[in-house]
Ligand binder design. Structure first.
Ligand SMILES: [Zn+2]
Length: 175
């Protein structure tokens, strides 16, 4: 199984769910913050439970993917609207990966998965649905879950309600 195959299942949902205009076509600069769904969540006054945000830090936020590949699929990203790792300050970079490590531990505690994928799709060509706001996927994995997805590749599979995932992850996330 290649990385491409892993992400392809839910990518279509993301691509169709966000504005796909030319302003989202690249990651040359950090512009177009207004159209960014992640920035909308970052700046929203809705409760975190509704937004499926599991952690808000000074530099980094972690939230459940609204289009999860498996239950507990998390997105960890800088609070600042930047598309590339090279645009992060040292502090933002360090914090991003520190929170990613916490996210992986939390998912291990909450779901006891058989494996995990952690990674980022950088740029539209690499499969990013929202290329202008860098985000790291942390995906709990179980043996056989890809076979299942392949069978139903055109259908989005949500094995667990996002609100249930939110509860589970929040319970084990260190405060
Ligand atoms: Zn953004």
């Amino acid at each position: 199984m290649t990385f491409d195959h892993l992400w392809a299942g839910w990518r279509a949902n993301y691509v169709s769910s966000v504005s796909d205009g030319p302003e989202n076509a690249g990651l040359e600069d950090g512009g177009d913050q207004k159209a960014c769904v992640f920035c909308a969540i970052l700046n929203s006054n809705e409760p975190d439970q509704q937004l499926h945000v599991v952690f808000r830090g000074k530099h980094t936020i972690a939230m459940l993917n609204a289009y999860p590949y498996t239950s507990g699929h998390l997105l960890v990203m800088p609070n600042r609207h930047v598309g590339e790792i090279s645009q992060l300050s040292d502090l933002e970079y360090t914090d991003l990966f520190a929170v990613t490590r916490v996210a992986m531990k939390a998912l291990n505690d909450a779901y006891d998965p058989e494996g995990m994928n952690m990674g980022a799709n950088l740029g539209r060509a690499a499969g990013a649905g929202i290329p202008r706001h860098l985000h790291i996927h942390v995906v709990p994995r179980w043996l056989g879950d890809t076979n299942f997805m392949t069978t139903v590749a055109s259908t989005r599979v949500m094995p667990e309600a996002l609100s249930d995932s939110w509860q589970k992850v929040r319970e084990v996330w260190p405060s």
